[in-house]
Design a protein around this ligand. Sequence first.
Ligand SMILES: *Cc1c(COP(=O)(O)O)cnc(C)c1O
Length: 385
Amino acid sequence: MSNVIPFNKPYLTGKEGHYIYQAVLSGKISGDGIFTRRCHEFFEKRFGFRKCLLTTSCTDALEMAALLINIQPGDEVIMPSYTFVSTSNAFVLRGAKIVFCDSRKDHPGIDEDAIEALVTERTRAIVPVHYAGIACDMDKIMDVAARHNLYVIEDAAQGIDSYFTGRSGIRQPLGSIGHMAAFSFHETKNIMSGEGGMLVINDDRFSGRAEIIREKGTNRSQFFRGEVDKYGWVDIGSSFLPSDIIAAFLYAQLENLEDIQKRRKVIWNTYNEALMPLKEKGLLQLPVIPPFASNNAHMYYVVFKSLEQRNEVVKMLKESNIYAVFHYLSLHKSPYYTDKHDGRELPEADRYTDCLLRLPMYYELDEADILKTVAIITSVLDPQP
Ligand SMILES: *Cc1c(COP(=O)(O)O)cnc(C)c1O
């Protein structure tokens, strides 16, 4: 039997167990221990984020953001339909109405030019998703937000170590541009801790309350800094902070960020070069990196011409033990939201739902496996080249 090529295989740097052991020996393995602090410092120093708070997931970070901007029932939030449920759920939990926006034709990210027409007097926030770690045009989005006094929460779940270079000419890390941003360290992301996430706060007005919301609505963080002599219940909140064991795992990954990114980019480029002939013949759509964006090699995806073609490729790959997977199902057509959606057609979101396929992508994937995958795709799309 030929060996299996899974879709994802979590990469271990080798130091994870060691750091977890250190965390355990430190005697403090609840939240905000030594390794959580190290992770916060790493992110703040390397990416210049104003304030970082590790959370147990990106989902939690998004929920915190919705609480922090005080979303109330009936408020409207604009986001792409082609995204993960958590982007939406975080705001729906607070009673928001989601106004879904279509994707770009050349990329599954939000169509920045379609956002402003969706703004009403009830709109409170825009939530761009940096799909595949490729930046949305944040100049356009921040301009719309400024004109209408809206918050921008970046869903940067896939956006670690990726950048936006807009009209300022400054290369800005994703997650540093909106009022807040949410990152994921789920095992399918470039840098991971199994489950894990982070809220980035770029607007100081939210910093104090973020600590409180993350600590069950108490001012426990201030107490530990000696700023108050007892702590109590001062606001609403929940338990959003991870154990220091999770942070210890994450820190081992962060120390190897450079190496992980380098390897993933090699894999991404190998796919891209091998698939280019099919694109040049007009047989499929490949990822596009706009001039303002960078590539963090989070994902390699292709977009076929039809659902039938995608199904055929998935079947052929599976017969060779290669596991490629499609991605989101448009949220505006989801069983939960379809009757709450305002009925607008979002054809690009539907097209990516039907036709996009993510190819295996992980540190240990070797060139032969990539070329084998591409050969099978080629055999379906272009049988007699
Ligand atoms: C992975 C992901 C999430 C959820 O992250 P968790 O850490 O699993 O909660 C949210 N949004 C996007 C765009 C993602 O890719």
